[in-house]
Design a protein around this ligand. Sequence first.
Ligand SMILES: [Zn+2]
Length: 140
Amino acid sequence: MNETKSKHLSIPLLQQRLDKIFSEYIRLRDANENGFSRCATCGTMWRWQIMQNGHYVDRRHIGTRYDERNCHSQCSNCNIGLRGNLDRYKRFIIEKYGVKVLEELESARRSTVKWTIADYQEKIEYYKAQIKRLKKEKGL
Ligand SMILES: [Zn+2]
């Protein structure tokens, strides 16, 4: 099969690439210098590589899909098994950022913002650099 150049720049593919990079960033951000991070909703510690990037507002909403305050390391049991463990997640957001941010995230659910190819490319480059920085800083 012939893959054209424009296919590499399609929004779904860029979104897939950014999801992967953003997830790595979130999990590294939350990791300590031994490479472990705490699940935002049940508190268990796991190596960052097996953690997941758990969204409070469902990631189908683009307005909060890449909002760092909406995304934290979560174990697979909370993220998948408990479908986000949202009651606990809500409390976590309030404790960490306050009610105002919670309301902001919840209202961004209704946002109809559209991301362009350039928006995705810019975020991909930004988070790639952040990953490099975090790995160096934490020695991971
Ligand atoms: Zn958990």
